[in-house]
Design a protein around this ligand. Sequence first.
Ligand SMILES: C[S@@+](CC[C@H](N)C(=O)[O-])C[C@H]1O[C@@H](n2cnc3c(N)ncnc32)[C@H](O)[C@@H]1O
Length: 289
Amino acid sequence: MSLDAARQYLLGDGSDALIAFMAAQSVDLAQTGDTSLPKARAVELGWLDPVTEQRTATGIFVSDSCREYLFWQKRDRKLPFENTLAHLGRAVFKDKHVCEIGAGMGANLMSLATTNTKLCGVEPVDAYIVLGDIFREREGLEPIEIRIGGAEALPFEADEVDLILLVSAHQYFDIHLALKEIARVLRPGGELILIGGTLWPYFTQIGRQVIAGKSSPKDFLITVTNTLSYMAFGRRIIPSRSGFSTARPVYPTRAAMKRWMRAAGFEQVVEPDSIEDETCFFVKQSGIE
Ligand SMILES: C[S@@+](CC[C@H](N)C(=O)[O-])C[C@H]1O[C@@H](n2cnc3c(N)ncnc32)[C@H](O)[C@@H]1O
């Protein structure tokens, strides 16, 4: 069943239970009440395999989106870093043309919907865009234009955007190409806020999980190998076989990211901050007041 046909189930009666059920398929969330009806619906919609009860490919996109939607509600519909980094409050985005790249279902853009901002997004996975539209309808928000595409060839003219936002997204890009593209589409003096993982926090956090048996050692080794090869040669030496857009992350060091941003023509607005295990870079096109 197509996601469009599933729209009524995510908006109508029983949708709260269905969203909670699907979110819990991707992350350990406490479930209350009888889950037999949402489970039957998820099977009917083709999101769960009827035999194994595992998520189908579409079910993975749906459960990821439901999880992000619930997290967004839980943080009072705010940006994930809004309470932690005062200099990145909504005022930074006000009256600008803001684009989030790797927007997923668009929860961050939904937080900005009340600022006086022209919003848009870019996302390669069509299912996330369709699901985001449904969640925005649920919230009574205006539609937000999310263009299908990738960071390496942005669907914008030169100098079109004032501020680009990346949240937990750069690690899936060809970062060198993406930085060039971002520099192209930003107007002179335009800003880039990039929040995501870097090598040392990834290595220590996931390394501990591997030792505790909570993360796959194979995935850890692939990610570290790809990160080091990306830093050395500009490419991942272990490609993905699944084709999922998030299958092969890399976590270059904070110093490498700063160097690459400088080479792409950016200067620091503030020194990078740490937010839990993530690093926040705030830079702008250099040479312009
Ligand atoms: C972890 S999700 C983050 C979504 C969103 N930024 C958020 O914070 O909720 C990463 C997103 O990046 C997208 N992505 C992966 N490769 C990409 C690429 N080359 N260009 C643009 N987006 C990409 C994925 O499809 C996914 O939606």
